[in-house]
Ligand binder design. Structure first.
Ligand code: AQP
Length: 335
């Protein structure tokens, strides 16, 4: 059986990048035969870049609501908050103790997120990849659908699993999970700078489309998206050195489930204003039902809590025996 595990941080409103790079694929995978999907709201990870106890609970509900609104079915898939299964933190600690510092030093996301003043970054941000490894290995998951930015972390998690199996267990205890990076938009870029990833915690809201944005806001953001003085590129060669143009074409292709090539065949050589109008209409048409459903779900926090609670029980049932076995392998005392 294929077991899928993936998660998103409740750090801010989810973006079109989160949707196209990951969430849209999660929905597709849920319908594959012989697949069990576990989709987590990784609230322990959200703490690595700052604490806001007043908003975290609701942000967790909102991310879960986004999963459901996008098409994840809580009757089929497990949707829960990471902190409600204690095994994540326990296995995370155990794995951090067998992960060499040299491996963590290579992680580019820490460098990006810590910024210039590394001394002020939290220890949690540094060990984020070992907790992420625990998230997946705790369920003996086999596949991890993520955006391109998380590829390095999945590679590290594979190294940790192999190392645990070889040096501690002496057998294949953890399956070595495969990253699944699919679709046209594996890395959606900022609307204001085509060299930067679209990120939910970037300072300017104009850099991204949030899943909660209404039609006016979406069309304003797309209208103001950075382009250049040329026409819409008609070939990959014409995209060279034009990251913003390429990004808008990629977004259009991913939203319409087609290829960038097909989009260029339709809009190449036209003015950006016409293409932006078409992109804006397509984005609004795709997002409006998701945003509407999210709003309905968020109007009933009790129901959201019921869904998260029921799924946490199911997640714990899978995680507990695996954690116990891992603890036995590591030699921890147990009555
Ligand atoms: N721009 C993106 N394009 C494609 N995929 C993306 N993902 C994130 N941004 C893009 C994918 O979304 C999933 C959840 O991401 P996350 O919440 O774990 O955080 P992140 O990867 O650090 O993404 P953000 O939006 O930049 O969050 P913040 O600003 O909070 O750090 C992952 O599968 C990710 O690959």
């Amino acid at each position: 059986m294929k077991r899928i595990f993936s998660g998103m941080q409740p750090t801010n409103r989810l973006t079109l990048g989160n949707y196209l790079g990951a969430l849209k694929n999660w929905v597709k995978m849920q319908d594959e035969h012989g697949t069990q999907c576990i989709y987590c709201v990784v609230d322990l990870h959200a703490n690595t870049t700052g604490y806001n106890p007043g908003t975290l609970k609701n942000a967790t509900r909102e991310v879960a609501a986004a999963y459901i609104a996008a098409g994840v079915n809580p009757e089929k898939s497990i949707i829960f908050a990471q902190s409600s299964v204690p095994g994540h933190a326990q296995l995370g600690w155990m794995l951090s103790c067998i992960t060499p510092l040299g491996w963590l030093n290579r992680m580019t996301q820490f460098k990006d997120k810590a910024g210039k003043d590394k001394e002020k970054a939290s220890a949690g941000l540094y060990t984020y990849p070992t907790l992420m490894a625990a998230d997946v290995l705790l369920y003996h998951a086999t596949h991890v659908p993520v955006g391109d930015d998380q590829k390095q972390h999945v590679e590290l998690m594979r190294d940790i699993a192999i190392s645990f199996n070889q040096h501690i267990a002496g057998r294949d205890f953890f399956p070595v999970p495969d990253p699944v990076i699919m679709g046209e938009a594996t890395r959606v870029m900022s609307l204001r700078d085509g060299t930067q990833k679209m990120s939910k915690s970037a300072e300017s809201d104009m850099t991204r489309i949030n899943l909660t944005d209404d039609a006016d806001m979406i069309s304003q953001k797309i209208k103001k998206a950075k382009t250049d003085a040329g026409l819409v590129p008609a070939s990959e060669a014409e995209c060279e050195g034009r990251p913003e143009a390429r990004n808008l074409l990629t977004i259009y292709a991913a939203l319409s489930d087609t290829s960038r090539e097909a989009v260029m065949a339709e809009y190449g050589g036209q003015q950006f204003s016409a293409f932006k109008n078409a992109l804006s209409d397509l984005t609004v048409a795709t997002m409006a039902p998701i945003t509407g459903r999210m709003r309905e779900l968020m109007a009933d926090p009790t129901e959201m809590d019921r869904i998260l609670g029921a799924s946490a029980v199911k997640a714990n049932e899978i995680a507990e025996p695996i954690l116990k076995n891992a603890m036995d392998i590591m030699g921890f005392w147990r009555a």
